[in-house]
Every structure is written in C-alpha cells, then in structure tokens.
Ligand binder design. Sequence first.
Ligand code: UDP
Ligand code: MG
Length: 318
Amino acid sequence: MADPHLSVVLPACNEREAVEGSLAEVFAALAQLPQPSEVLVVDDGSTDGTAELVEAQIERQPSLRLIRLSRRFGKESALAAGLEHARGAYVALLDADLQDPPGEMLQMLAKAEQGYDVVYGVRRSRRSGLLRWLGYRAFYRLLRLISDLPVPLDSGDFSVLSRRVVDAIDRLPERHRFLRGMRTWVGFRQCGHLYDRPERRAGRSKYSLKDLCDLAVLGFLSCGRRPLAIVFQLGVALVGSGAAIGIAWAVLAASRAGEPWAAIAPWLTVLLVLAGVQLIAIGIVGAYLGRVLDQVEGRPRYLVERTVNCPPPTAPRP
Ligand code: UDP
Ligand code: MG
C-alpha cells in the first residue's frame, strides 16, 4: 500500500448523529486532491454505535480506516492514536462534528505544501454560548501569560502537520498530552490560518464544564513550570503584605484596648489568606506530582480494541 499524501484524523466519541455527514464532507473535499489520501476515525470508546457506523462505510470507502480504543481515553489520547497510525506525508486533525470545515483543511494543506510544517486553524469567530466563549478567550490568554512557549491564541487542535512534525510528536514520551502545546514546542515553520468556526452540525458537545476545566489545567501544567514560580512569587507578596497589614492593625487595636474582636478580626483575615495561599501552592505542587507519578507508572496512552482496514502504527511507541 503506497503511503498517502494526506491522512485525515477524526477523533470521535459518541458521534452517531454527526459522523456520517462529516465523513461525506471530508471525502468530498479529498476528491479534489490529485494525490491519494486516507481517513482515520479514532473511536474513543463510543457506546452509541459510532464505530459500527464507520465500519459499515469501509466497504464503500477503501481509504477509510477505523481504530477503536478499548474505552474512552479522551480526545488527546485519541489524537495520539490517530497520529501514530497515520501514514500520510501530511496529517490533518479535524473534529468529527464538522466544526473544523474540510474546505479550510484543503487551504491549510496548500499552505503546508508551500513549506510550512504546521498550519494551525485560528478561530476568527466562534459560535458558542457566551459563557464558553468567555471561558475559551480567558483560557488562551491566561495560557499565553503563564506559558514558557508562545502558544498561539484561539487555535485549537484543527491543523495540518508535516510528516517530520508528526514523527517528532509521536516520539514525545509524555503521558499527559496537550497537543496544542506539543505542536508549538516542536518548532519548525509554523503559521496560522484564520477561519470561522461554525456550530457543531449534529449531536452535543462531549466536553462538560468540568472536562473543560480539566483541559485548562492540563494546558497550564503542560506549558512549562511557570505556575510554580507564580505561586512562589504570590506567596512572598502575600506574606509581605499580610505582615504589614497585621502590624498596622496591631498598632490600631492596641490604641483601642477594650474591644477585643476589633483586634482579632484582622488577624483572622491575614491567617485565612495565608492558609489559602499555602493550600493553593500545595495543590499546584500536587498536580505536578500526580503527573510525575503517572509518567513513572509508564502506562500506554491508550489501548486499541480493534482496527479495521488499518495497518499497524508507523511509529514505535515511546
Ligand atoms: N472527543 C473525543 N473524546 C472525548 C471528547 C471529545 O474523541 O473524550 C472528540 C469528539 O467526538 C469531537 C472532538 O473530540 O470529534 C471535539 O469534541 P467536541 O465537539 O465535543 O468539543 P467542542 O467542540 O464542544 O469543544
Ligand atoms: Mg465540537
């Protein structure tokens, strides 16, 4: 089997309503390419028959491949599985709900062919609820602030990657993966591609508010060690200001002897603030420690239940 020019990776978790429409649009876009391509659907432990729907299409679409994971490992792991099984000279990462339009993917591929190793989609507009919109905006800006790397603003996983970038990412050994950070870390020639992100075509978002918060924490912890430094600096600042406030109030309270609560309240405030800072600091150190533990355990990022029409991974897993 000759290696395709482009591999399209679609992670899918319970996308029964969306996946057929998505595949139809992806294949329609790929039909415009003169070179051969392949489409890899990574079924992330769906329980709604997504894998069976995809499998049923393989007879009609011989370049369609299915990788079914043994349970839901999360989108980052599904993307890892897709990247490791993709054989193309270029690999495109698309959501299975058509929020990453296949037409834009072709334009991004054209840019990559001009010599860019990473072409990432940058959302000019995003159709989602106000809360999510605000959350995403805040997340990317905070990430930029605390990250050691210049992670591009408003760019998700939607991207086209060259073979050498895919190989480099495949070799990164971390268990906790945050692809957007890894993609920036590998370097090479990168550029953004502005696009309007449409609404999900069918089905519902698989990310709950808690999942999004977890993703944000993953992002912050993946992009350098600056949160640890920030907590340390915050701690020093608070201890300093707390002590100054405490001394000021002690002097004031001494001048108003007779009113004991007036003297105790500010001390209590200072105490609570300092205790809070310590707990936050311990929490952040704990989060890093958890990652170290996971890494030491060395479990695989995902397990494959079965593959259909898909050769084994191209890259040796670290
Ligand atoms: N997804 C996945 N595993 C998960 C969560 C999501 O494979 O645990 C897939 C999902 O099927 C979709 C893509 O990742 O193809 C993006 O998810 P979703 O559309 O729910 O996220 P949103 O666009 O709302 O951020
Ligand atoms: Mg979506």
